[in-house]
Ligand binder design. Structure first.
Ligand SMILES: Cc1cc2nc3c(=O)[nH]c(=O)nc-3n(C[C@H](O)[C@H](O)[C@H](O)COP(=O)(O)O)c2cc1C
Length: 413
């Protein structure tokens, strides 16, 4: 054997020629985020860090969760037809829709009870959205109030998501609070006449606010970081409807019971006209699942539709949003905004949705996983890699601007 090959210095030299030592990262959040390259990675970390009941509340869907699965898997039924040799040295991702220029064709959808992930809750999401220049919709069922969110992200593009309670006076009051606080648009959610059956929650006896039993305590002990954050912060309340919540005194109220009492099963198209009458800013109907309903929404004078099945949490075997884009676009024509809401997990999914005719996409769970994994910094990280993924996919498909993403760029397989 060559003596030089056993010389430790020579060995080190050889080693150094191909290896660079990474600096040791002392910040645990940075270390955690470095290992998260995808939404699935954030989901995995959130699953580890959150109590099982909390994780399942976020992650779960209705009944057999077929719609939940298809919302994402239908994106994998689309294949690109990339164009090459198109000088993609400059990529432009901004789009004009719903009365503003969005730096990316992406919005943050409303999610109730966001503080269950980590205590800043909706304030953290709103700040991350503001930094990225993206629109964020606050839920009626939010755990931070309309005013708190506006103050936390004063330069943000805020939307408010309306559930039409039986008490229309209360809805009107919330809408005027949103207007006062500078919110620019409304989403009216129309797919929740009754609450879907989320069977993971049923099995776990999971309610909102959580009822504490032996299982909850064990769950809490096994997830000390979450539990410490939870118990050292003010109680989680439905910040926009604290008055309503109070009617039960301090007793925990199950999510299902609470919502069932307030949701109006009589909601109809005349309520869309009513809301249009009291709100002259941008208005989007969220939860459209058929072509004829999209046409009716356009004719009712709203500004757009979010093709959505509530992230697979309401009616199982409802169609995936991505499968509806093309037929809806054909029926409503150009100039009417279509948002693809549900199953978007990658920048490439956004390109696919746009190729089929959507103007924007929106995400719910991805930012909740990010919050569960690493709080506000998790959301920054998520929005960063979604943007990179969008830009990379555009470059690799030869699309320099969003208007070059056309129907010919994808095919169903
Ligand atoms: C935990 C959770 C809470 C939600 N709460 C609301 C809500 O209060 N109002 C609403 O309109 N949609 C709500 N949604 C639905 C989201 O706005 C959005 O439609 C859905 O998350 C999109 O699918 P995705 O999670 O695959 O991105 C919720 C979704 C989740 C996961």
């Amino acid at each position: 054997m060559d003596a030089r090959r056993l010389d430790p210095r020579a060995m080190l030299e050889t080693f150094r020629s191909v290896v660079r030592f990474q600096e040791i990262e002392t910040d645990p959040v940075t270390r955690r985020l470095r290992r998260c390259a995808t939404v699935e990675d954030l989901r995995r970390v959130a699953r580890r860090r959150l109590p099982r009941g909390v994780f399942d509340y976020i992650d779960g869907g209705a009944e057999d969760e077929r719609t939940l699965d298809r919302n994402s898997s239908d994106f994998s039924s689309l294949r690109f037809r990339p164009r090459v040799l198109r000088d993609v040295s400059s990529i432009e991702t901004s789009v004009d829709a719903l009365g503003r220029t969005h730096p990316l064709p992406l919005m943050l959808a409303p999610t109730g009870f966001t503080r269950i992930t980590t205590s800043p809750g909706e304030l953290a999401v709103a700040r991350a959205a503001e930094r990225a220049g993206l629109s964020y919709s606050l839920s009626t069922m939010a755990t931070r109030s309309i005013e708190e969110v506006a103050a936390a992200a004063p330069a943000g593009d805020h939307w408010f998501q309306v559930y039409t309670w039986k008490d229309r006076g209360l809805v009107e009051e919330m809408v005027s609070r949103a207007r006062e606080a500078g919110y620019r648009g409304l989403w009216l959610t129309v797919d929740t006449a009754v609450l879907g059956r989320r069977e993971r929650d049923v099995r776990r006896g999971y309610t909102i606010p959580p009822k504490v039993g032996p299982g909850t305590i064990v769950d809490g002990v096994l997830h000390p970081a979450w539990t410490l954050d939870f118990i050292t912060n003010p109680p989680i309340v439905f910040a926009n409807v604290v008055g309503l919540n109070d009617e039960d005194g301090s007793d925990p109220v199950s999510l299902a019971e609470h919502m069932m009492r307030q949701f109006d099963q009589a909601l109809s198209w005349s309520d869309v006209d009513w809301l249009r009458g009291i709100w002259d800013g941008p208005l989007v109907l969220k939860g459209i699942q058929r072509v004829d309903d999209a046409v009716r929404a356009r004719d009712a004078g709203v500004d757009g539709v979010a093709l959505s099945n509530h992230g697979g949490r309401q009616l199982d075997d409802a169609p995936s949003p991505v499968s509806l884009i093309e037929p809806v676009r054909e029926a409503v024509g150009d100039g009417f905004t279509i948002v693809c809401d549900g199953g978007v997990r990658r920048g490439s999914d956004i390109v696919k949705a746009l190729a089929l005719g959507a103007d924007l996409c929106s995400i719910g769970r991805p930012y909740l996983y990010a919050m569960g994994a690493a709080g506000e910094r998790g959301v920054d990280h998520l929005l960063g890699f979604l943007q990179e993924g969008l830009e990379r996919t555009m470059a690799l498909t030869g699309s320099r601007r969003l208007d070059e993403i056309d129907r010919d760029l994808v095919e169903w397989v």
